[in-house]
Ligand binder design. Structure first.
Ligand code: NAD
Length: 240
């Protein structure tokens, strides 16, 4: 089948094999911190330095991390797909920089980025690679009102209009390494299906929204995704 508008959604699972831990665990902890203490606006009000410190650690941990075969396959899909007239929209829930390191472009980081900072006074966002603190100064407005550029629970993800438009046009939707628990991203497969797209999930086990997918591949993303991308680019995929 020849797909022309492809939307790819990635989650923490695609980066797991690169050594970045996933989010969800039975203990409800992310890197030994309670989710409530580092992922909610209330945490930022209550203990902002703790929130800065948490994301400083994650940002610093990115430095030696390398993209794996799944990230690289998605770059190949973008580059080779374009030559075949395919439009590939890459949306990630990840806050890491592994799609960038793999050479992908036009990446929509719907949940923000570790290598970015947000000013709560002038609302500008800009690339940021150092540690941040309560005393860090916004390079635009000069105020000490910077926060990690991470979309917390209860906050609005970035670029939903652009994502919605791509979903409306897509004929193939791929979800890779995402648990299907965090909305609105968890609803994207259903939205793609409603416009008639084929929807494919890549995970270790069925996600919470498995019923939204027409096809699924279970196994390590570094193995399933490159194989799928090659078959897609060679026109060998069949959805019957
Ligand atoms: P999640 O942690 O809730 O789920 C990860 C999913 O990936 C699970 O379903 C798991 O089965 C699957 N998985 C794990 N290893 C895999 C592999 N090798 N191959 C294929 N699948 C694999 O992640 P989520 O759904 O993305 O939601 C968590 C949120 O936390 C994200 O929105 C993100 O903002 C944040 N987060 C980001 C990172 C990152 O940037 N790398 C890491 C942790 C959390």
């Amino acid at each position: 089948m020849d797909f022309k508008h492809i939307v790819v959604l990635t989650g923490a699972g695609i980066s797991a094999e690169s050594g970045i831990p996933v989010f969800r665990s039975e203990t409800g902890l992310w890197e030994e911190e309670r989710v409530e203490d580092v992922c909610f606006p209330a945490a930022l009000r209550k203990n902002p330095q703790k929130v800065h410190d948490f994301y400083n650690k994650l940002r610093s941990n990115l430095k030696d991390k390398k993209p794996n075969a799944a990230h690289l396959a998605l770059t190949k899909l973008q580059v080779e797909g374009q030559k075949q007239g395919k439009k590939v929209t890459l949306v990630t829930q990840n806050v890491d920089d592994l799609h960038e390191k793999a050479g992908s472009t036009d990446i929509i980081h719907m949940h923000g980025e570790l290598n970015s900072i947000l000013c709560t006074s002038c609302f500008r966002r800009y690339p940021y690679f150092e540690d941040s603190s309560l005393n860090s100064v916004c390079k635009f407005c000069g105020k000490e009102t910077l926060r990690p550029d991470i979309v917390f629970f209860e906050e609005m993800p970035y670029q939903l209009n652009k994502i919605g438009k791509a979903l409306n046009e897509c004929d193939l939707f791929l979800a890779i390494g995402t648990s299907g628990v965090v909305y609105p991203a968890a609803g994207f497969a259903q939205a793609a299906r409603q416009v008639g797209a084929c929807t494919v999930e890549f995970n270790l086990t069925p996600s919470a929204v498995r019923s939204s997918f027409t096809k699924a591949y279970y196994g390590k993303a570094s193995e399933t995704v490159p194989k799928f991308v090659d078959e897609l680019l060679e026109g060998k995929l069949s959805f019957n």
